[in-house]
Design a protein. Structure first.
Length: 457
């Protein structure tokens, strides 16, 4: 390939690059010391077009680019060249049959090139193009025909359809539907965490901030993520965004902090206020669906206070309805979150007890010494649904499920209840498999290291 052929090839790709103007201006304004033919003259553009075999579109783009030259003479010659070439280019496009392959057609050129050309026509110096308004309007009309609004590239839409200001997000990002949904679901929780405990300081404050934030209808997924965030951050949050009364004329949610009353600052989340406001914003919100949506990335219960926030929030939303404990037992996509809820429920039955809800129970008459009926901690382990969930969690990865079950069963009911439930459930679900090693060995050999190894002494 000769140097000239290589240069021709590079020029084809150059005009669609964002640095086309800077590159061309630098190359022409700063020629090599032995280069004598790039001096500004009336014939320079004609020579470039001939040597580089420029198309009609490329000729005009070269002219537009060199309007930005640091050389005043070159800028003048570029303007003359554009006045000569641009009308012919637009005429050939407007007169061409739809879909024709005539040179000068724009269907196959880069969108960036069209954007540069349109910007010059619409926002360039008046009269610099050598075109009348009728010619420009005819050109725009033809472009709109080839690029209807529903298929118009995003960068051209504001130029071709200036009256249509709203551009759908999925036109900008092909997969923005799911992305926008995820961002919207988590953004309320993130915003609340940034504001801090003052977000729920009172019904009016909470209501006004939510309205100011632009929330029109709170979803179950948003509420679940907010409860999860509250459970993680119920203490220790530093001062959030200073707030002032949004109802004040001309005020917003931002303040310089001068109105802060140190004695009235909240030190934890007021779940009651949040749920009451959420139900005002969306009276039809289904809190069983909120419970289902607890299965999300990042959900974790670290202590009994966090558990109380989640349980109380959902129960207040449910009103007189029963807590949907079956949604806690079901298989979760995020097993660590499910395990943390179960584990802290077992550790804090005063906050949430599985024994308070109907379930399939273990047949305790097979035991030599049946446990007391009025013992709530023992009653928890009578539930086959709980045992099934722990079996599934233990088999699916989080071995801590098995270890937690062993430790808690020893404290509460002794090994016999757990083994009875495990044996029955394992026989029902997987009759050909042995009992899970982590649980069965841990029950009869409480030594932690031995239980983990699953080896007999």
């Amino acid at each position: 390939m000769t140097p000239t052929q290589f240069l021709i090839q590079e020029c084809v790709s150059l005009i669609s690059k964002p640095n086309v103007i800077a590159t061309l201006c630098y190359a022409v304004d700063n020629p090599l010391h032995y280069q004598k033919s790039l001096k500004p003259s009336a014939h320079l553009f004609t020579q470039l077009s001939k040597v580089l075999k420029l198309s009609k579109v490329q000729e005009v783009i070269f002219g537009l680019a060199l309007l930005n030259s640091s050389n005043a003479d070159l800028r003048g010659f570029a303007a003359q060249f554009i006045k000569q070439k641009l009308p012919d280019l637009l005429r050939s496009y407007v007169d061409a049959d739809l879909g024709g392959n005539q040179e000068g057609g724009f269907q196959d050129i880069a969108i960036e090139v069209l954007h540069l050309l349109l910007s010059h026509l619409l926002f360039g110096q008046k009269g610099a193009s050598g075109l009348g308004q009728e010619q420009i309007d005819a050109f725009l009309k033809t472009l709109c025909r080839d690029f209807p609004q529903e298929r118009c590239p995003v960068v051209l839409a504001p130029l071709l359809y200036p009256e249509k200001r709203d551009i759908l997000m999925d036109r900008i990002l092909p997969d923005s539907g799911e992305l926008a949904k995820t961002m919207m679901e988590s953004s309320l929780a993130e915003f609340m965490q940034e504001v801090g405990y003052g977000f729920c300081a009172s019904l009016d404050e909470c209501r006004n901030i939510i309205v100011q934030y632009g929330v029109r209808e709170v979803t179950a997924s948003q509420v679940a993520r907010v409860l999860g965030m509250m459970a993680r951050t119920h203490s220790g949050l530093t001062d959030g965004i200073p707030l002032q009364s949004i109802s004040a004329p001309g005020s917003g949610i931002w303040s310089d902090g001068k109105d802060k009353n140190e004695g009235s600052q909240a030190h934890t989340w007021n779940v009651e206020v949040l749920i009451d406001v959420v139900k005002e914003v969306n009276p039809n919100l289904n809190f069983k669906e909120v419970t289902y949506e607890l299965d999300h990335a990042g959900f974790i219960i670290r202590d009994s206070k966090g558990l109380h926030i989640v349980v109380y929030g959902i129960q207040r939303g449910l009103g007189m309805e029963t807590f949907p404990v079956d949604l806690i037992y079901r298989p979760w996509k995020h097993a660590e979150g499910q395990l943390s809820f179960i584990q802290h429920s077992l550790m804090s039955p005063e906050v949430f007890s599985f024994a308070d809800y109907p379930c399939h129970t273990v047949a305790i008459d097979i035991l030599k010494a049946p446990p007391e009926d009025d013992n709530r901690e023992i009653a928890t382990w009578k539930g086959l649904d709980l045992v099934e969930s722990l079996l599934r969690l233990s088999a699916g990865g989080p071995v801590r499920a098995g270890e937690a079950a062993v430790q808690l069963s020893h404290q509460a009911a002794g090994p016999d209840m757990l083994v009875a439930g495990t044996f029955i459930q394992a026989c029902v679900t997987s009759p050909e498999e042995a009992l899970p090693i982590t649980i069965s060995m841990g029950v009869w050999h409480p030594d932690k290291d031995q239980a983990k190894s699953g080896q007999l002494p």
